[in-house]
Design a protein around this ligand. Structure first.
Ligand code: AQP
Length: 349
């Protein structure tokens, strides 16, 4: 899938340390069970990124408050998500992994940045339109402010790159606009980050409707593969996945369902799409889907095995999150001291 790049304003010269490694920041909401789209579009890239970048990954629990959720569910989801990230390969020796609300500077910076964000900019965010479902009188104001909190999460750590799925591209562009406006008003303070969106997997579509993205809040659980689905459930969901007319296994604009299934196969098997198309030429959807199910089962099985071990001992994740929060707090506090001084707030000097 080709991602159309909007013309981005290049970062102005910030007094950067040219020796410093590229810094990656990304966040994920503890708002329910993770699906294959989250894994293929985001988490998998985080795991690869940590090999070479200075990487910071965040369980964004404050974001999860933008839609109704009970305290108990949120508490459980935070730990579950941390375990999934560790099971997927996030290595606390190489990455900082922490929970957003453990670093108070995120909430503070969000408020400060609302003063350099335009109401109209937020109103144009398509995710707000999607998630408010046209009920903008009734939804929490947090859903509207969400992109500002996200912008703060990223620029607080001077991130250069934000690995995300395509649905987040508009938010990262807004982040750049907010950071640029702050820099213009108060002097060079923030790095302007760029979205890191991979050409394949950036938008995994729903199994029951290739026009919609795979989503954990979908009404039909058959539309997504949860990372915790057992092998038989995965097989059943893939068997029932919608296909396109005609029986040939190939990607193309006239084949949205097959394009999606082939992307899933390619990413899970680590094989180019053309090679998979060639192998299934003339064999029909049945054979392809049966093998796709086994490829997906094979990809999630090691994650599920590690997840079972981690879930049996919550002290492992808690320890990682405590250490991560300590490291993130240090960086955030240093940055916020500069921000406060530039904005002229505070009385104690
Ligand atoms: N279908 C998808 N394909 C590729 N990437 C995806 N992401 C989400 N859906 C897909 C990426 O996963 C990361 C974490 O997302 P999030 O926690 O912010 O959740 P979300 O974007 O709100 O999407 P979900 O998981 O489907 O939740 P709901 O149902 O609430 O919309 C992000 O990098 C996102 O791009």
């Amino acid at each position: 899938m080709v991602v159309q790049e909007r013309e981005l304003v290049e970062p102005q010269a910030l007094p950067t340390d040219t020796e410093r490694r590229q810094r990656t920041f990304s966040g994920i909401q503890p708002s329910g069970s993770l699906h294959l789209g989250n894994y293929l579009g985001a988490i998998r890239n985080w795991v690869n990124q940590q090999e070479h970048d200075d990487s910071i990954f965040c369980v964004v629990d404050l974001h999860a408050l933008s839609l109704p959720i009970t305290p108990q569910a949120l508490r459980e989801n935070i730990l579950d998500l941390a375990n999934v990230l560790l099971a997927s390969g996030i290595d606390p020796e190489r990455s900082v992994l922490f929970v957003q609300s453990d670093v108070r500077e995120h909430a503070e910076l969000c408020w400060l940045l609302t003063s350099v964000t335009q109401f109209g900019e937020l109103r144009r965010m398509t995710q707000f339109k999607d998630k408010s479902g046209g009920q903008d009188e009734a939804v929490a104001a947090a859903l509207f402010i969400y992109p500002v909190l996200q912008a703060g999460d990223i620029i607080l750590y001077d991130a250069d790159k934000v690995p995300v799925g395509e649905d987040q591209k508009q938010h990262i562009e807004l982040t750049r606009d907010i950071a640029a406006r702050f820099n213009a008003r108060y002097g060079e303070t923030f790095v302007l980050p760029r979205p890191d969106i991979k050409p394949t997997g950036a938008r995994i579509m729903a199994l029951d409707d290739p026009a919609r993205k795979m989503s954990k809040s979908a009404a039909n659980p058959g539309s997504f593969i949860a990372l915790t689905d057992d092998a038989d459930t995965i097989r059943r969901k893939i068997k029932r996945a919608v296909t396109d007319s005609g029986g040939d296994v190939r990607a193309g604009t006239d084949k949205p369902a097959l394009t999606n299934l082939l992307a899933i196969y390619a990413l899970c098997a680590g094989e180019p799409i053309e090679q998979i198309e060639a192998r299934y030429a003339g064999r029909g959807y049945g054979a392809f889907k049966a093998d796709l199910a086994e490829v997906v089962v094979g990809a999630v099985e090691p994650i599920q095995r590690r997840l079972a071990e981690l879930s049996a001992d919550p002290s492992v994740a808690r320890g990682v999150l405590a250490r991560g929060a300590e490291l993130a707090r240090e960086r955030a506090a240093t940055k916020m001291a500069v921000v406060r001084e530039r904005m002229g707030i505070g009385g104690a000097g």
